[in-house]
Design a protein. Structure first.
Ligand SMILES: Cc1cc2nc3c(=O)[nH]c(=O)nc-3n(C[C@H](O)[C@H](O)[C@H](O)COP(=O)(O)O)c2cc1C
Length: 286
């Protein structure tokens, strides 16, 4: 899958490969109303990673249903809509709007955005509020729901267990880690909102650890994300217990990364004589 916020809506004409070959596309985080996002600059490169502070700039759920879903409905590749909100009610309303819309295969509930003032990661840091959002979304839609967790919590296994019990069909993780970078000549933070979310290869070991923890704590499928750049990275997540993976920041330096990772996994399976990737899920845990 593509990771939310790093592949637009899939409808942009810039992707240098057949996107229909992917397992799924997760679109940019979508809110009830359109959002302009945070002040510029919003992206800064750091060692082995990127700090972003987009602030959920998006077209809003109504425009998404009108302009994007009809295009998705003709695709082979399933599209998962990532949603966010400032209140639990916002999440439920967005999920309700998406229910039954042709072209939308599932909802990914982002309770992990570090870049908005209200809501977002606050919901994902505590098991109780994470479960409340999940329960509200579950009640609002019959679509499968993935709940996307933040690494910015001291209790990842408890949060994962709470959202699974509240009705999540799968758990995706991780969203970005909170970080700061400073321009020493200007003596100012490199992103406009001071802190941003760190992604890319720098976060991979952290993501792998948290995926390993969560896969050991819940029975629902886990979708691994965080710094995956190559097929070998992806296979590490699978072996840690992920049933699927997402490629995010890697697309910025290699726009073919999602397909390269997929084709690399296929080659590995062939070379190793493995007929079904399910044989590798959690292989490093046994
Ligand atoms: C520019 C940018 C925008 C993002 N926007 C979203 C978003 O809207 N919703 C979301 O759940 N995650 C968002 N993310 C987080 C990614 O989906 C992913 O969880 C994170 O970047 C870690 O994966 P990576 O290291 O492969 O990029 C964004 C990441 C980046 C770099």
């Amino acid at each position: 899958m593509t990771a939310s916020g790093t592949f637009g809506y899939g409808t942009e004409r810039c992707h240098p490969f057949d996107i229909q070959k992917l397992g799924a596309i997760v679109c940019k985080g979508t809110t009830l109303e359109p959002r302009d996002g945070n002040p510029q600059p919003r992206l800064a490169e750091t060692a082995g990673g990127v700090l972003n502070s987009i602030g959920l700039q998006n077209i809003g759920v109504k425009a998404l249903i009108k302009e994007k879903a009809p295009i998705w409905a003709s695709w082979r590749v399933p599209v998962i809509v990532n949603i966010a909100g400032g209140t639990i009610d916002d999440y439920a309303k967005v999920a309700g709007e998406l229910d039954g819309v042709a072209g939308i295969s599932a909802i990914e509930v982002n309770i992990s955005c570090p870049n908005i003032k209200a809501g977002g990661a606050e919901f994902g840091a505590i098991p109780k509020s994470a479960a409340e959002v999940t329960t509200a979304v579950r009640a609002a839609t019959s679509l499968p729901i993935l709940v996307k967790l933040t690494p910015n919590t001291s209790s990842i296994a408890e949060v994962a267990t709470a959202v699974a019990e509240a009705g999540a069909d799968a758990i995706s993780l991780i969203n970005t880690l909170k970080g700061v970078a400073i321009d020493i000549t200007k003596r100012r933070p490199l992103v406009g909102s001071v802190s941003g979310g760190l992604s890319g290869p720098a976060i991979k070991p952290v993501a792998l650890y948290l995926v390993y923890e969560v896969a050991g704590a819940v029975a629902v499928p886990v979708i691994g994300c965080g710094g995956i750049t190559t097929a070998s990275d992806a296979l590490e997540f699978i072996m840690a217990g992920a049933s699927a993976i997402q490629v995010g920041t890697a697309s910025f330096t290699n726009p073919r990364a999602p397909l390269d990772v997929l084709e690399g996994i296929e080659r590995f399976l062939e070379e190793e004589g493995i007929a079904d990737i399910a044989e590798l899920i959690g292989a490093a845990r046994r």
